[in-house]
Write a protein that binds this ligand. Structure first.
Ligand code: ATP
Ligand code: MG
Length: 235
């Protein structure tokens, strides 16, 4: 109960920050980092107080809530930090090699991730941000569907599309856009088991913007989810 409200509060303050002019991204992230950071002190104080409480079910529940709050705050700080540091320089990147290395990292860890398609020419992009976006999408596919297929497609206008596909439960049409909000997670029992904070897609979308790319989700024909990163003509 308590956590539901807190998550909503945090999400709505972040949504509020989102409406400030785009030029103030750095400032917005400082506000988010400051708010998250300042919450750490009272939460720690509350946790110390619970240590003095009588041992009982209420104390355990309170401690679990506080632990969850600590996680949210910590993730909030790191969310702000990531985005703040997102100002990475563009450089020439061999997209085929980058994707192959991402797929190989998962394969090494025993995760079923496949790769198809080719780009053929180097592109101008921010490789660390791109990698992070892809990993967030692949992690979701693995978590909710148990498998991921990466497809690199050339667009007729000379741009590229990187699709991360899965055959899992997908996302209801009405929530395909909402899941990009920070801390938004679909309320189903499957999420309680999978864990996570609900920041992966929010981070991915912000980073996609930094890449000059678009990120969208769609339901696949035959079931499952397609996450699509659209990149403009290679520079
Ligand atoms: N491939 C997918 N299949 C089904 N549902 C998905 C998929 N990707 C995301 N979702 C839904 O969208 C929600 C938000 O995803 P997001 O990546 O932002 O958060 P998370 O994975 O829950 O946590 P985090 O990424 O912070 O660990 C998920 O909780 C899940 O309900
Ligand atoms: Mg995720």
């Amino acid at each position: 109960m308590m956590m539901g409200n807190l998550e909503r509060d945090v999400a709505s303050s972040v949504a509020l920050l989102d409406r400030l002019p785009a030029a103030n991204v750095a400032e917005r992230m400082q506000i988010l980092a400051a708010v998250s950071h300042d919450l750490q002190t009272p939460i720690t104080r509350m946790r110390l107080r619970t240590d003095l409480m009588d041992d009982g079910p209420e104390r355990g529940k309170l401690q679990r809530d506080l632990l969850e709050m600590e996680t949210l705050v910590r993730e909030g700080v790191s969310f702000a930090r990531t985005l703040h540091n997102a100002v990475e320089e563009d450089c020439k990147v061999d997209l085929d090699a980058l994707l192959a290395s991402v797929a190989a990292d998962y394969a090494d860890a025993g995760k079923p991730v496949t790769l198809s398609g080719e780009c053929g020419t180097p592109i101008l992009t921010k490789p660390r941000a791109l990698r992070r976006v892809l990993c967030n999408l692949i992690d979701n596919a693995l978590k909710f569907a148990g498998q991921a297929d990466i497809e690199l497609r050339r667009k007729p206008d000379g741009g590229f599309e990187i699709a991360v596909l899965d055959r899992g439960p997908g996302i209801p049409a009405t929530e395909l856009e909402a899941v990009f909000q920070p801390f938004y997670r679909i309320e189903t029992s499957r999420n309680r088991d999978t864990g996570g904070t609900g920041l992966g897609l929010a981070i991915a979308r912000q980073l996609a913007q930094a890449l000059g790319a678009t990120l969208s989700l769609a339901t696949r024909e035959g079931g499952g989810l397609e996450a699509n990163l659209g990149m403009r003509k290679a520079g």
